[in-house]
Design a protein around this ligand. Structure first.
Ligand SMILES: [Ca+2]
Ligand SMILES: [Ca+2]
Ligand SMILES: [Ca+2]
Ligand SMILES: [Ca+2]
Length: 460
């Protein structure tokens, strides 16, 4: 006869927990603290009371031991006190444990740029081309394209990318705003990265601030057309202007290629979740940030406090690693001036913040990109989400930055963090410092796109 293994125990527990968790999502909320989970402080240099995690585990789940009494409970392994406590090992739904990851392989994230600046012939369908020749070997796993263009009426413009060796060619941007409007977008300039993994199309973008097209958007046709092809060869950007009077120039364009030794088949996208039209979390409170550039620490400690873990803002800030790479640590002086990019005083991205939150016992996980559906799923489950946006949730210009360790990432001026607490079909609610504020969903998605939908959630 087969006996219960420890694995079986956890499998059954996960099933029971997931079932109750699903039920919890449709039940009205109960007052918390049915049972308290103590988490020991893991940073010896900080004296604070053992925090109480009551909100990490929904109230309905806090008696979960009673649900498993029918099982023969094995002796759990002794906890490794040297490691942070991962509360997520206790309650995460199974469906969330299968988030897509790149398969193993010697992937490289490379940036290839043409720095030539050239005028676009006005009202000339023949247009002009520029070529970028790449000699690197490797197969494309993912391709993004950056455009830095000055122009006084971007609705005039048409951009194509062609790989001369294969003859494959796609439309990147096709007269934004046309045919929805007769003359297209009249606003100025393009500061964008085109990326298939972001959910909003470039076609209807037309912002008066930063640039008409400022953010990271879906191209007109998918850049995945080039996936599995060699990155080597000549890449041609074709630009043409189809309206008289307004004119402009291309200042820079770059290809950002994730390359591998062999093709990689991406996992199929998960089915869209069933989400309520409206979900707003109450009781998420915060304070104004203490230092000019420590917004991420303020958001992190307010997020932790919501889950019952008190952390001092400056303690958190001081415990962050320091680096010139914002994906590895805090960049620059936190008393610096807002609006700069690394290596000047800047701030920090999601990964180091999530790692430090985990050291405090919180199930914090960095994402880039998180989808709008995934964000709303978290809100609908009662869990606020820390997001990286620009300024007062406005548009921004994504810029590639290579740190001293050769790590490539996307940064933006006026990088900022807020905590999303709710959504309706039209509006996003978020905690900014001490205040709950709102933006249209469209404006929020523009701002969130600039640093590739960067976020911290409780889910891996
Ligand atoms: Ca204009
Ligand atoms: Ca169009
Ligand atoms: Ca991409
Ligand atoms: Ca023109």
């Amino acid at each position: 006869m087969r006996t219960f293994s420890s694995l079986d125990y956890w499998r059954i527990n996960f099933f029971v927990i997931f079932s109750v968790f699903s039920l919890a999502a449709v039940l009205p909320s109960f007052s918390p603290r049915a049972k308290e989970f103590k988490v020991l402080p893991t940073r010896e240099n900080e004296a604070f009371e053992s925090p109480v995690i009551s909100r990490l585990v929904p109230p309905q789940l806090q008696n979960v031991e009673h649900l498993s009494v029918a099982l023969e409970k094995p002796t759990p392994p002794a906890p490794n006190l040297a490691k942070p406590v991962h509360a997520n090992e206790v309650f995460l739904p199974l469906a969330f444990q299968q988030s897509p990851h790149l398969p193993p392989g010697p992937m490289e994230n490379r940036l290839f740029c043409s720095q030539k600046s050239f005028d676009i012939p006005d009202n000339d369908p023949t247009g002009i081309t520029d070529q970028l020749t790449i000699s690197d070997l490797g197969v494309i796993v993912d391709l993004d394209l950056q455009l830095v263009v000055d122009h006084t009426w971007v609705g005039d413009l048409l951009f194509r990318l062609t790989h001369l060796e294969t003859g494959k060619s796609i439309s990147l941007i096709d007269q934004p705003g046309i045919p929805d409007t007769q003359d297209g977008c009249a606003e100025n300039d393009i500061r964008t990265i085109l990326d298939d993994e972001i959910s909003i199309s470039v076609e209807n973008k037309c912002s008066p601030n930063v640039a008409a097209i400022s953010g990271i958007y879906l191209p007109q046709e998918a850049l995945s057309t080039f996936d599995a092809d060699s990155v080597a060869g000549t890449w041609q950007l074709s630009i043409s202007d189809h309206g008289q009077a307004d004119r402009g120039s291309v200042n820079r364009w770059c290809l950002n290629a994730l390359i591998n030794s062999e093709p990689v088949t991406p996992p199929p996208p998960p089915p869209p979740p069933e989400l309520p039209d409206v979900s707003i979390i109450q009781g998420v409170n915060g304070r104004a940030q203490a230092l000019p550039l420590d917004c991420e620490s303020r958001s992190a400690v307010d997020w932790a406090a919501y889950f019952g873990v008190p952390i001092g803002e400056l303690n958190f800030m001081n415990a962050l690693p320091v680096s010139d790479n914002p994906d590895a640590g805090f960049v620059g002086d936190p008393y610096g001036t807002w609006g700069q990019i690394p290596p000047d005083p800047y701030g920090v991205h999601a990964e180091p913040v999530a790692e430090l939150l985990r050291e405090y016992g919180l199930p914090a996980h960095a994402h880039r990109p998180l989808t709008w559906d995934e964000l709303r799923s978290e809100i609908a489950a009662g869990r606020p989400v820390i997001v990286w946006i620009v300024g007062a949730v406005g548009n921004g210009a994504p810029e590639y930055y290579t740190a001293l360790d050769s790590h490539l990432t996307v940064v933006a001026r006026y990088e900022h963090t807020v905590i999303v607490t709710g959504y309706t079909p039209d509006t996003v609610y978020y905690l900014n410092g001490a205040n709950i504020q709102t933006r249209s969903v469209v404006q929020f998605l523009d701002s969130w796109s600039v640093m590739r939908n960067m976020a911290i959630t409780t889910q891996p």
